[in-house]
Design a binder for this molecule. Structure first.
Ligand SMILES: Cc1cc2nc3c(=O)[nH]c(=O)nc-3n(C[C@H](O)[C@H](O)[C@H](O)COP(=O)(O)O)c2cc1C
Length: 396
């Protein structure tokens, strides 16, 4: 509502993001900043978008019972993750095709994360090589899609190690690619926008100049493993169905574990049995995720599984949760339920679309301010003070 009142019919200007007070308002700026098909690529979920909506509903159902009359003058939100401190319990998650949101969007996200003192995760289907993104510094994680050609994954593992990445995040929930209907409606044929969308590009000259004047972005990390017709974002997305293999299995976890000597996390784990198996396979962490509602549409919200996971494997692995996080209060609720940290997808992408690197920093700052305020108002000095007993309506 607020977002509509303030941003409803205004035109996009490069500085509009600075006036956004919350992630929802940044989202409205992002919507104006780019053609509809590019915004819908970020925004959309699969099929009826039930999982997308349920992710929010499940978080909203949890409420907090604050403590009062606690001296909260010295507050902080730092946590320790894998033995090292980060400034806030948030991690920028992997998102593919960031180059369609902003030219060199991957680097902008990585730089903003490094400046904020939080980790950034680069997608396998990024539009920049992992070596170039490593120049951002900070704590870098590399997301791995094991594609039909396993050589692509082996190549990423060895390059990520040479470039100093701290962790591999093996995404397990894209064995069958999600059916995002908004996305499909925007194209007449693979790589061919509808006329309406072509007109829309013309209405967004700032975006077109930034993104398209450098040429359609390529999938730079895996380009050597793609056939000529799938190297660029124009046609590559339509090719994902063939690229993503249905046969990823625990055998892949075993060989990745052997090949990668640093931290290994599985992303897309939602059952307790799978979490236990991940621990037995020597993984260092799991990310409870339904890909932000972009894959299985009848999927449980990851936050619902968090307490069970903490009980089952919390003493053996880091448990990170994502999908639907838009406010600092959401993050504090997940931490109260025992999460090691929270991963973000769209929240910081809206910042990227709205204002490039400065927009991402703005999104991170909004969330950090909200986490700080939530802690103070709940009578907590740090995240060490929050616990499940402070919540009502939380999953068991
Ligand atoms: C535009 C977009 C692209 C994504 N690309 C990837 C990807 O390449 N690899 C991956 O593991 N997850 C990908 N995800 C899922 C995110 O990592 C994350 O799980 C999800 O966005 C979390 O939900 P949220 O957007 O509600 O925060 C993508 C999500 C979005 C929105």
């Amino acid at each position: 509502m607020i977002a509509k009142r303030f941003f409803g019919r205004k035109l996009y200007t490069g500085k509009a993001f600075q006036r956004a007070f919350c992630i929802d308002e940044l989202r409205e700026v992002a919507r104006r900043a780019m053609p509809n098909f590019a915004f819908e690529y970020i925004e959309g979920g699969s099929e009826d978008e039930r999982a997308l909506h349920w992710n929010r509903a499940a978080l909203d159902a949890i409420r907090m019972i604050p403590n009062t009359l606690v001296d909260t003058s010295a507050r902080h939100q730092r946590i320790s993750l894998f033995g090292k401190e980060i400034n806030s319990p948030i991690i920028l998650g992997p998102t593919g095709l960031n180059g369609m949101t902003r030219y060199r969007g991957d680097l902008a996200l990585a730089r903003a994360a490094a400046a904020a003192g939080i980790p950034f995760t680069l997608s396998t289907v990024s539009n920049m090589r992992l070596e170039d993104v490593a120049k951002a510094g900070g704590r870098l994680w590399m997301q791995l899609y094991v594609l039909r050609d396993r050589a692509a994954a082996r190549d990423i593992l060895s390059r990520a190690e040479r470039a100093g990445y701290e962790a591999i995040v093996f995404t397990t929930d894209a064995n069958v690619f999600g059916y995002r209907e908004w996305d499909r409606r925007n194209y007449r044929a693979p790589g061919k926008l509808t006329l309406r969308n072509m007109f829309d590009v013309a209405l967004h000259p700032r975006w077109a100049l930034d993104v398209l004047s450098h040429g359609i972005p390529w999938f730079d990390n895996i380009v050597d493993f793609l056939p000529a017709e799938a190297k660029s974002a124009r046609t590559g997305v339509a090719y994902f169905n063939q690229l993503f293999t249905h046969d990823i299995s625990w055998e892949d976890v075993a060989w990745i574990r052997k090949a990668w000597p640093h931290k290994l996390l599985l992303k897309g784990v939602l059952s307790v049995q799978d979490a236990q198996r991940a621990a037995e396979a020597g993984c260092d962490g799991i990310i409870l995720s339904n890909h932000g509602g972009r894959q299985l549409d009848v999927c449980v919200a990851p936050i619902e599984m968090l307490p069970q996971m903490v009980r089952a494997v919390g003493d053996r692995m880091a448990i990170i949760v994502d999908s639907g996080f838009r406010r600092g209060g959401d993050v504090v609720k997940a931490m109260a339920l025992g999460a090691s940290a929270v991963m973000l997808g769209r929240a910081t992408l809206y910042g990227l679309a709205a204002g490039g690197e400065a927009g991402v920093s703005h999104a991170i700052q909004i969330l950090m301010n909200e986490i700080d305020r939530t802690l103070g108002q709940a009578g907590c000095r740090s995240l060490a003070d929050v616990h499940a007993g402070m919540l009502t309506g939380a999953p068991l």
